[in-house]
Design a binder for this molecule. Structure first.
Ligand code: BDR
Ligand code: CA
Length: 308
């Protein structure tokens, strides 16, 4: 286990994003330095509002910086409301946060924090990678300053979830993902190869809500919509803990087994968004392919149970 992980989560909340952020709030070894928002499951405006709302609910005093509205190259996508609901939290009505985003873009905030915490900052993107690509493009030192980029996205051998080839976060900005994988940053990928192995059922959410009525109850309320989507696509064992798995990998990499792959992204055609071995001499990405799913899930459940 890594101690005192200085973490920024780049997020499009999003039901499993909410789970990941509450997990980070509950984990004593994680110091949450802030959130950056991105389009994806919802628009960036809704993502920013939801990020503020989640931090306030969890009692975490950390800044939120608003990110990009659209992909680097592709035209904008419709939000994934069939998966996460119109406002990102399933059937839970939108609530207005008290605070507001800081006066700095997500990319500026990421570059500044990486400079200020050189060699220590871990960035955990759990949405499309546009903000991270912008940070790489605007500050040549960013990839050296940041300790690790541990992202939820992609699929190496598992096949896609939004198309047969692509995972949703990479599909929504393949050009940005290509910038990240082609960079010389230390990049670790938590893709569908592992997240499809970590499932959470309706009974698990009931247990979380019983142990932690306020925040666990909020997650349980959101989970109804998410579980319904999973059922509709034939996944009977529960929903995948996509985004929480990436946050857990930031502090518990020992629960995952990786392969070093010179990873790139297909940016055009039917396979757009596929993550593939490009074998072109670039720095390799650590692609996690196996996971101790029982331990990851146990950590998730026990940590969330401590939330008030
Ligand atoms: C990813 O896509 C989004 O719907 C989830 O929040 C997660 O980040 C899973 O493919
Ligand atoms: Ca997400």
């Amino acid at each position: 286990m890594a101690d005192n992980v200085k973490l920024i989560i780049d997020t499009d909340p999003g039901i499993d994003d909410a789970m990941a952020i509450f997990y980070a709030a509950a984990a004593p070894e994680i110091e949450l330095l802030g959130l950056t928002s991105i389009f994806g499951n919802v628009t960036v405006e809704t993502a920013t509002r939801n990020a503020l709302r989640l931090l306030e609910a969890a009692g975490v005093d950390a800044p939120v910086a608003a990110g990009e509205k659209t992909p680097l190259v592709l035209p904008p996508f419709e939000p994934s409301s069939h998966v996460h609901g119109d406002e990102g939290f399933g059937d839970i009505p939108a609530a207005t946060p008290k605070g507001r985003a800081i006066d700095e873009t997500a990319a500026d905030f990421l570059c500044r924090m990486a400079r200020e915490h050189k060699g220590e900052l871990v960035v955990c993107p759990i949405g499309p990678l546009t903000n991270i690509a912008k940070a790489i493009q605007q500050d040549p030192e960013f990839t050296k300053n940041v300790a690790r980029i541990v992202l939820m996205g992609g699929s190496y051998r598992e096949g896609g979830n939004i198309t047969p080839h692509a995972e949703a976060n990479i599909y929504h900005d393949p050009h940005a993902a290509e910038v990240v994988f082609a960079s010389d940053a230390r990049v670790e990928m938590i893709g569908l190869d592992v997240t499809h192995r970590i499932l959470c059922s309706a009974e698990d959410f009931t247990a979380i809500a019983e142990a932690a009525p306020k925040l666990g109850g909020m997650l349980q309320d959101m989970s109804h919509f998410y579980l319904k989507f999973y059922l509709s696509v034939g996944k009977l064992g529960g929903c995948s803990l996509h985004d929480p798995a990436a946050v857990i990998a930031c502090s518990h990499p020992e629960l995952f087994t990786g392969e070093d792959v010179t990873l790139g992204v297909t940016c055009e055609g039917e396979a757009s968004g596929a993550t593939v071995d490009v074998s072109d001499g670039r720095s390799s990405t650590c692609v996690y392919m196996a996971v101790d799913a029982a331990k990851v899930k146990a950590l998730f459940l026990t940590r969330l149970a401590t939330l008030n």
